[in-house]
Write a protein that binds this ligand. Structure first.
Ligand code: AMP
Length: 187
């Protein structure tokens, strides 16, 4: 199964992606996590991504696209994957199609986890307290929500048009949402 998981910051995308990937036995590929790992390791990619991440802005497409192309070409992605946090721009949608076509693959589904804005801001502020992520201050959280609305929300229409989009309600307990996701994916 080749799946893209979308949803606003704080909708539980990362947590759910891990669970769904476990159930379907495919790798969980999170661009945010790859950036954070590079940042922690002090690689050139991490240094390049840092200022964007800290401001709640998207890392430029050229940087993000080549990183994703390299990751999807790895052996473990051959039998499927859950992409978490990519694509996030219309240009990335086209790039993902190109990357997958080059690998002789195509997407099976795009799942959008929907969530109430105030609820997700509250969740993110809570996560900031627990994990101390640098991009979880209220100002940056609001910026990330705006960037999502401006640049990523339009992808919903594109994937609906392609006949790939499924919506899943992200409100409720973690297990309830996982069950809904698996059901939406036919499991
Ligand atoms: P996430 O963990 O998915 O919330 O991502 C954290 C941050 O990494 C985002 O706020 C962006 O700065 C950056 N990032 C992750 N995925 C992408 C992407 N597909 N395009 C551009 N920037 C990204």
């Amino acid at each position: 199964m080749r799946i893209v998981l979308m949803g606003p910051p704080g909708a539980g995308k990362g947590t759910q992606a891990v669970k769904v990937a476990e159930s379907l036995q495919v790798p969980h590929i999170s661009t945010g996590e790859i950036f954070r790992a590079n940042l922690a390791a002090g690689t050139p990619l991490g240094l390049e991504a840092k200022r964007y991440m800290e401001a709640g802005e998207y890392v430029p497409d050229e940087v993000t696209n080549s990183m994703v192309a390299a990751r999807l070409a790895e052996d473990d992605a051959a039998n499927g994957f859950i992409l978490d946090g990519y694509p996030r721009t219309l240009a990335q949608v086209d790039e993902l199609d190109r990357i997958l076509a080059g690998l002789g693959m195509q997407l099976d589904s795009v799942v959008e986890i929907t969530a109430d804005t105030e609820e997700v801001v509250a969740r993110l502020l809570n996560r900031a307290k627990e994990q101390g992520r640098a991009d979880d201050t209220e100002e940056v959280i609001r910026r990330r929500m705006d960037v999502y609305a401006e640049q990523t929300a339009p992808l919903v229409a594109v994937y609906t048009e392609k006949g790939l989009l499924r919506k899943v309600d992200g409100m409720g307990t973690m297990d309830e949402v996982t069950q809904r996701l698996l059901a939406a994916l036919g499991h």
